[in-house]
Design a protein around this ligand. Structure first.
Ligand code: ADP
Ligand code: MG
Length: 267
């Protein structure tokens, strides 16, 4: 048996998927909702996607997708530590033909037992099996999240048009500049709350000190979002999404294409 995850990665096929993390300066900005929308668009491009729920204390991916699970990221970490790890698929839950998830711990106390030092190898290993590995987080600047941010190819910061969020994002971007971390893009989410529209795009850019790379429009605000979530629906997989929300469909398509750029060929 291969008892070392790094060793296992080395002997795998040479195809390596892209690794992306969604992060924000505050909670409730729409990370989980739109990470799932992005996964749906990647599925339409026939890409295999793994979502890892690293929102360890209040992970919502399994709930949003209405999936039951036995093993979580906690069991994966535990098994690596005890050399019982064999295959990442022992810890995944299938959503459909293209999307798998690794869930956050059921018991939040288990989150405290996950060693941050295991994370780079977990992400690397996952990238050998999937075209894109999308990592959901919470907004804490703790060891776990900093290690994730340091391990992924691309970071997507999500921000709403809300004064507190903008202020916190400005600090976060200043911290990243000081740490010389440049592999991030900024998503302005206007769909989270249609009544929050405090600043113009020009003011936002000036305030946070960074370009807004993608904007999710107010069209994607859905009153029934919570109902859809309860039913496990990925909105971007709806047949009508491209027509009814064409701007946002296009935005997610550009995001997905940007992620896949530089993709290693399948051979
Ligand atoms: N497009 C949307 N339309 C309506 N409500 C939304 C939308 N996006 C997010 N929400 C609401 O905002 C809440 C927080 O979104 P979520 O994706 O969980 O944010 P985060 O992951 O950043 O904490 C969700 O429970 C959902 O009810
Ligand atoms: Mg979330």
């Amino acid at each position: 048996m291969i008892d070392n995850i790094g060793e296992m990665s080395d002997i795998m096929a040479n195809k390596v998927g892209k690794t992306i993390c969604f992060f924000s300066a505050k909670g409730g900005v729409g990370k989980t909702t739109n990470l799932l929308n992005l996964a749906g668009i990647l599925e339409q491009l026939e890409k295999r996607v793994l979502i890892i729920d690293f929102d360890l204390y209040s992970g919502a991916v399994a709930t949003f997708l209405n999936r039951k699970f036995d093993k979580s990221i906690y069991h994966l970490a535990l098994d690596i530590e005890s050399a019982a790890f064999n295959d990442i698929h022992d810890y995944t839950v299938q959503v459909d033909d293209y999307i798998d998830i690794i869930c956050a711990p059921k018991d939040p106390r288990d989150a405290n037992k996950i060693e941050a030092s295991l994370i780079p190898n977990i992400i690397k290993n996952a990238s050998y099996y999937y075209d894109a590995v999308l990592i959901d987080t919470n907004h804490a600047l703790n060891d776990i999240n900093l290690t994730i941010l340091d391990s992924v190819d691309q970071i997507y910061f999500m921000m709403t048009n809300d004064p507190l969020d903008v202020k916190n994002m400005k600090s976060l971007i200043a911290i990243f500049k000081s740490l010389d971390i440049n592999n991030y893009k900024l998503i302005l989410n206007n769909s989270r709350d249609p009544f929050k529209d405090y600043f113009s795009l020009y003011e936002l850019k000036r305030l946070v000190g960074h370009n807004i790379d993608y904007t999710i429009s107010v069209d994607l605000y859905l009153k029934e979002m919570e109902n859809l979530i309860m039913k496990g629906v990925i909105v971007s997989l709806d047949r009508k999404f491209a027509d009814v929300m064409s701007d946002d469909y296009h935005t997610f398509l550009v995001m997905a294409t940007d992620i896949l750029k530089g993709e290693v060929s399948d051979e």
